[in-house]
Design a protein around this ligand. Structure first.
Ligand SMILES: [Zn+2]
Ligand SMILES: [Zn+2]
Length: 263
């Protein structure tokens, strides 16, 4: 499987992706907002974009569909429940569906509600495994829930699905927010030395050559995976004096999500 991460350099800091079968050159474009950059990249490498997948219905993920499909005739895939929100879906996806690209690539659709309620992530089981996480999981952060999502559902996705992925799984998110997100982690957990070291580095990273994190690293540096950290809990209890000494992880997650909205 070839993965090309395409940095759009737009105000929303979107990443688009091409996932390519090295044998046939067939490609799946994920959220190709910058259809020109995606098409140019495919043309340069001799790839043929035959499918477009939207992780969810927001315009910064679907905005390139029409032009991309007009140019390539690609089929459009998205969450089965996004049918009324995204025009022209050819194939609605449910949890466990397999998306094939060419002869060699198979991606499992994960039903990952929270950022919106019709959001899919794609999981490649290859070695190493790879997760295309849309706006559900960002490097060092989590998607917000004010565009049609629910924080409790997002917690369910994190605890029930993402936390169970192998530590080596590569993370390919829908936006570059790593520096801001690491700032939030450090605001909540100032003694997180790994997050501190990474922020020093990420502050001047070129998103065109972005660092690809893993689930294992996210568990160390992403506040939304740090639900049992004594520091996170201690500092949270200063902001929310009603919190018990040992709050359950869902409560910690919901409080962090609430704080991140204003941070
Ligand atoms: Zn979104
Ligand atoms: Zn987005």
């Amino acid at each position: 499987m070839i993965v090309e991460q395409i940095w759009t350099a737009n105000a929303y800091r979107n990443f688009n992706y091409l996932i390519v079968c090295p044998e046939t050159g067939e490609a799946l474009a994920i959220d190709p907002l910058d259809h020109r950059k995606c098409l140019a990249s495919a043309k340069r490498r001799g790839w043929d974009i035959t499918q477009v997948l939207n992780t969810h219905e927001h315009g910064d993920h679907t905005g390139g569909n029409r032009a991309m499909i007009a140019e390539t005739g690609a089929k459009l895939l998205a969450h089965a429940n996004a049918k009324d929100k995204i025009p022209g879906i050819d194939k609605g996806l449910s949890a466990g569906d397999v998306v094939s690209v060419g002869k060699t690539v198979e991606l499992e659709a994960l039903d990952t509600p929270g950022h919106t309620m019709s959001h899919v992530c794609l999981l490649s089981h290859g070695a190493p495994a790879a997760l295309f996480s849309g706006d559900t999981l960002f490097n060092a952060g989590a998607g917000n829930c004010h565009g049609g999502g629910h924080p409790r559902a997002l917690y369910g996705t994190f605890a029930g699905q993402l936390a169970g992925l192998g530590d080596q799984t590569l993370v390919y998110p829908g936006h570059d927010y790593i520096a801001t997100n690491l700032g939030f982690t450090l605001d909540r957990e100032p003694d997180n030395t790994e997050a501190k070291a990474l922020l020093d580095w990420a502050a001047d990273q070129d998103p065109g050559q972005a660092m690809i994190t893993t689930i294992g690293l996210e568990k160390d540096i992403n506040a939304f995976f740090r639900l049992h950290s004594p520091t996170v809990i201690e500092i949270l209890r200063r902001d929310f004096p009603d919190l018990p000494e040992k709050p359950d992880p869902e409560t910690v997650f919901l409080k962090l999500r609430e704080l991140r909205n204003k941070w």
